[in-house]
Ligand binder design. Sequence first.
Ligand code: SF4
Length: 298
Amino acid sequence: MTPSPDPKPLQYSALQLAWLHELGIDKPWLPGDTRAVPRVDTPAVPSVAQNAEAAVVIKNEVQSQTTAAAPTISPGRAATRGAASKPQQAAAPMSAASVAAMTALTAAAAAAAPDLGALAHAAAACQACGLCRQRDQVVMGQGVTQPAILVIGDGPGEQDDRKGLPFMAESGALLDQMLATIGSARTRDVYLTNLVKCRPPGNRLALREEIAACQSYLVRQLELLRPFSILALGRVVAQTLLNTDEPLQDLRGRIHEIDIAGQKIPLVVSYHSGYLLNHPADKAAAWQDLQLLRTLRR
Ligand code: SF4
């Protein structure tokens, strides 16, 4: 799929311009568009606050983002993304038969859900993988139905688990700022969710079997939400959705498609906003990704 050759003209509000400058962007980055983003006197939006938890999250997001190898989310892998607030339980390796049984369990529950409310109800009672043991809340997602953009991250963080909503921490604030630069928001035309709906303990990456067990909820969300486009954040998400081992860098910069119930949905890959918190130099590349996404606007 190729980008539309004639994207809508760039028309930024003062707030969007402030966000762009906060992100360090002074060019629209559209192909052939050499206009500079005009300076505004609007006070800069507050920068994303750094705190100790975020530092740990960032450190481990880096590990996730920069590892070019295949998504070897193998049993026993427990790269932490943040500090744990509860005693951690070791994830025991599972047999292929157990994984298949868990996946069948959630597939049946998800398929039977006629709407998002019923799907959330089913997930709230789900004990198909070990992530149910230490969750406070299942985090299904937040946003509008039939979104212009469905944003998919890897898993809920500590604050998300506490509040029952996705992208609640600093990385979520940055994501909101970035979406605002293309005129989008979780309250307007975006839906935010994750590969797994329960927080991996210690903010480690989800294991392969946990992602497999939870995938039916995501697939059913896609069927019910009918998104116009998808933004996949980070290597694990991109490789899982596209069923590939290609490194993140090779997956960025082009429009992919995934098939949901016979419908082809365009998908763009970018960095996770948690990674960008500690790698501001890559915000420009993420901005390019958003502009690519913007060319898909309906
Ligand atoms: S992560 Fe998904 S499959 Fe695992 S317990 Fe939570 S809802 Fe169920």
